[in-house]
Ligand binder design. Structure first.
Ligand SMILES: Nc1nc2c(c(=O)[nH]1)N[C@H]1C(S)=C(S)[C@@H](COP(=O)(O)OP(=O)(O)OC[C@H]3O[C@@H](n4cnc5c(=O)[nH]c(N)nc54)[C@H](O)[C@@H]3O)O[C@H]1N2
Ligand SMILES: Nc1nc2c(c(=O)[nH]1)N[C@H]1C(S)=C(S)[C@@H](COP(=O)(O)OP(=O)(O)OC[C@H]3O[C@@H](n4cnc5c(=O)[nH]c(N)nc54)[C@H](O)[C@@H]3O)O[C@H]1N2
Ligand SMILES: [Mo]
Length: 764
């Protein structure tokens, strides 16, 4: 619904009637008020489909309907009545579409037919599936080296599709698997194994019902994993203490009105969520976490000196960890003035938060992109692991570390083999099961893939979902790199930027969505996904597909594999695609933690994949959990200059990554516009501006390349000094491709050094 541009503070709690109204409007806008409501009733049910929105688990998938505004929007977006047909493509040239906004592109509706770019008319024209497969096969087979192709995955792809995909790509001969996870929780996948021997979280949903304390760092559950609000609300009502650390006072972290609670809805009351919300400076988390640990260590010294109970869990530390002495020495050496300056919090605030943590018998540490998307994201994650380890808050009930994953199956895709650095034993089992030798050389992640593409070393890009061209940093570099390709292919449900910024030849392959019925030779098929808490369960789409010409992702992989490898393939592609149970059987053969896969997903709620750290088994080189040290406290070192602000790029309440549901952001009080930058009134004044002024945001990178976005409106907001915020993906041009975590390669989307410069007169 087009809304007028305005800024109007949102006074209500998160959730409540506002959420119901917003979803209702959204269903109407997608033209599916009735069909949409019916579809929503089947979401996250034992026999329905898994929500294509976020990766937050559902209470055993056995609950009655749980209202989630943004899950509803994700479903409505997929089940829209709008169609992007060959007739649409006949009407618009690609050059014309390049001038459209991301919102307008996706509003064209569901893609209905495979399309191939035709240079003569500058249009996408319909092709048959066989022609499309043959084109891909011809390009791939002609490459002198399989490493000249990139195979991207976005995290909605099911376990079955992802497993077949990696099998095909490895049989073809490369480990080039750039993945949306590289832009997201890679800091977790790389950082946590070094600390605790596993790159996933250690808690289950029931731990939220048993914990005394929940610390939430850099994560916005009310928008990005709204079903988590049920756990937080229950915890708060039980008397557990919730503490949040976020530069924004995100409304859902403050108070929440549960749409499923008739009393709250009728009385317009709400449940307070966080006991305190500390407005940490953008990029100030490492200093904050070190400050928290410093308080614990000093309190422990004091307590033990006075003959009182220890603050640290020394039995756990002695039995299960290494490195405590070095950590304590490092924390003692950190001085409060620097910790305060860097975190943007004063010592008494950090002490207050640390006391809440000390008091709690059991604590859960939750985090999201505010931690991972920094130049030292992996190390920041390790500091959170330290915080847990100090009080033995790992591997027992009601305690643990909880990275909140993004896409609904991003974690499962990794588990079944989407990784550019596969483990040797996985490759050995894969090769043995099928009788071929998979490549062992490490492949590309998103950053190294883009770098190779920019150097002209890559000829073919294949995207299994997603919108990498918009999601990546450094748009100019990214776009130039895509334009150098011979062939770009995207398996998609909606039209997006990545279809327009294309190779010499380009294909769009439309696929079934999660909500749709997937019928193969043996009948309707269910797929499986793994949520943020390592629960694997089945998902069965029930809606009539958006078009008769759609194929499932597994069927698309099989078609391409046949066209590329022909009879030399050792995999019975058609047989596997005819019955997804057979795909699950081979997954089980290759990945032993999936034992009895088909039987276990038939139990409502599915099953839990073993998490070693949860059992206090430490798969690290030391065989113990490691306390790892972060030297210094600067997360994003850059020259000291008072005019340089740290910009963080965030999601609005009305978007799903690069998909915009509307131009508004209700909880932050922004309507009808996204070209705004949030910063404190004090900073606005200090920099010589007034609220409402238009500024260009100019990145400070020191590589001589100008990166600038234009004419952003200043919005005075409660925000920490030295920091500002604006929306993703519009600000992605500001992030240099080289500005990433050296360990995990996660781009530092949440730590962008910028200057604000008055915009040219008349710019807006
Ligand atoms: N509706 C909806 N749901 C989604 C998505 C979506 O776009 N829309 N995306 C999905 C995906 S792929 C992901 S990865 C997740 C993302 O979910 P989140 O992890 O919640 O992602 P963001 O909104 O980018 O940022 C999270 C929070 O970090 C805060 N933050 C920013 N910089 C800093 C910092 O330096 N320190 C701290 N402590 N906090 C900071 C922001 O203010 C924001 O509240 O959600 C998933 N679910
Ligand atoms: N500045 C900045 N940049 C960021 C981030 C940030 O916080 N700030 N966050 C990063 C993160 S966490 C992530 S995960 C990435 C997201 O990067 P991506 O995962 O690449 O992007 P999405 O926007 O989720 O992809 C949207 C497209 O996916 C397709 N799609 C939707 N459902 C399906 C499906 O079921 N199957 C298939 N095949 N296609 C489907 C549709 O065509 C849609 O246009 O962006 C990253 N970029
Ligand atoms: Mo993500």
């Amino acid at each position: 619904m087009a809304e007028n541009r305005r800024i109007r503070p949102y006074k209500q709690p998160a959730g409540g009637w506002g959420a119901l109204k917003a979803l209702g409007e959204h269903l109407v806008e997608q033209g599916i008020a009735i069909k949409g409501s019916k579809t929503l009733l089947r979401m996250n049910q034992p026999t329905g489909f898994d929500c294509p929105g976020c990766a937050w688990p559902d209470p055993k998938h056995t609950s009655s309907f749980e209202f989630c505004e943004n899950g509803g929007k994700a479903v409505a977006w997929e089940s829209t009545a709008e169609r992007c047909t060959p007739a649409f493509f006949a009407e618009h040239t690609v050059s014309e579409l390049e001038g459209w906004g991301d919102y307008e592109l996706e509003m064209a509706g569901r893609l209905t037919h495979p399309m191939a770019y035709d240079a003569a008319s500058d249009r996408y024209l319909p092709v048959s599936w066989d022609e499309a497969f043959a084109t891909i096969g011809r390009h791939l087979a002609a490459l002198p080296d399989p490493n000249m192709a990139e195979f991207y995955t976005s995290g909605r792809t099911s376990n079955e599709a992802a497993f077949l995909y990696q099998l095909f790509v490895r049989e073809f001969g490369t480990n080039n698997f750039p993945d949306c996870s590289n832009m997201c929780h890679e800091a977790t996948s790389v950082g946590l194994p070094l600390s605790i021997g596993v790159g996933k979280g250690t808690v289950l949903l029931e731990d939220f019902d048993k914990t005394d304390c929940i610390f939430i760092f850099g994560q916005n559950p009310g928008t990005n994993s709204p079903r988590m609000m049920t756990s937080l609300r229950n915890a708060s009502r039980r008397g557990a203490t919730i503490m949040s650390f976020n530069p924004f006072r995100e409304r859902a972290l403050e108070r929440f009105q549960a749409p499923q609670d008739p009393v709250e809805m009728v009385t317009l009351s709400a449940t307070p969520i966080s006991a305190r919300l500390y407005q940490v400076r953008v990029g100030g988390d490492v200093a904050l976490i070190k400050g928290l640990m410093k308080v614990l260590v000093e309190a422990d010294d004091c307590a033990r000196g006075a003959g009182q109970a220890a603050v640290l869990d020394w039995d756990f530390i002695r039995e299960h960890t290494v490195g405590i002495d070095a950590l304590i020495a490092d924390l003692k050496a950190a001085d409060w003035a620097s910790l305060e300056r860097q975190s943007g919090l004063v010592r008494s605030e950090i002490e207050e938060a640390a006391r809440a943590y000390m008091k709690a018998g059991r604590a859960i540490v939750v985090y999201g992109m505010g931690i991972t998307q920094h130049r030292h994201g992996a190390q920041a994650v390790q500091q959170l692991a330290n915080l847990c380890l100090l009080r033995g808050n790992l591997g027992r009930e009601g305690a643990g570390i909880c990275p909140v994953r993004g896409h609904s199956n991003v974690q499962g895709d990794r588990t079944v083999g989407i990784t550019e650095i596969p483990a040797a034993d996985f490759l050995a089992r894969l090769g043995k099961r099928f009788g071929f030798t998979p490549p062992s050389a490490p492949g590309h992640n998103v950053v190294t893939a883009l770098q190779a593409m920019a150097r002209g070393e890559v000829r073919v890009f294949f995207g299994m979902g997603g919108n990498i061209v918009a999601a990546m940093p450094d748009w100019q570099v990214t776009r130039d790199a895509f334009r150098r390709l011979d062939l770009s292919v995207h398996v998609s449900t909606k039209l997006n930027r990545s279809h327009l910024v294309r190779g010499r030849e380009a294909l769009i392959l439309p696929c079934l969505g999660r909500t749709e019925l997937d019928v193969q030779a043996t009948g309707p098929q269910s797929i499986t996904v793994e949520d943020s808490m390592s629960m694997v369960h089945a998902s069965l789409g029930l809606n009539k597909p958006a078009s008769d010409d759609l194929k499932s992702e597994p069927a698309i992989v099989a078609g391409i594999a046949r066209a590329t490898l022909g009879t030399r393939s050792v995999v019975p592609w058609e047989e596997l695609v005819a019955d997804y149970d057979l795909i699950r059987d081979v997954i089980e053969d290759v990945i032993p933690i999936f034992q009895d896969y088909n039987a276990r997903i038939r139990v409502p709620g599915g099953f839990h994949l073993v998490s070693t750290a949860r059992e206090r088994i430490w798969n690290t080189s030391s065989g113990k959990a490691n306390f790892l040290i972060y030297e210094g406290i600067q997360e994003d070192p850059v020259q000291k200059d008072n005019d340089v602000l740290w910009l963080t790029s965030v999601r609005s309440h009305d978007q799903y990554n690069t998909t915009l549901y509307s131009m508004s952001d209700r909880y932050r009080g922004v309507y009808g516009q996204r070209d705004v930058v949030f910063l404190s009134a004090t900073e606005i004044e200090r920099l010589g501006f007034e609220p409402g002024d238009r500024v260009d945001i100019v990145a400070v990178n020191g590589d001589g390349i100008e990166r600038r976005v234009r004419a952003y409106q200043l919005v005075a907001y409660s925000f920490p000094e030295g920091s500002c915020a604006a929306y993703y993906p519009e600000t992605n041009p500001l992030v240099a491709l080289d500005a990433h975590d050296p360990l995990s390669f996660t781009p530092s989307y949440k730590g962008i050094p910028v200057r604000l410069v008055r915009a040219a007169a008349g710019a807006a």
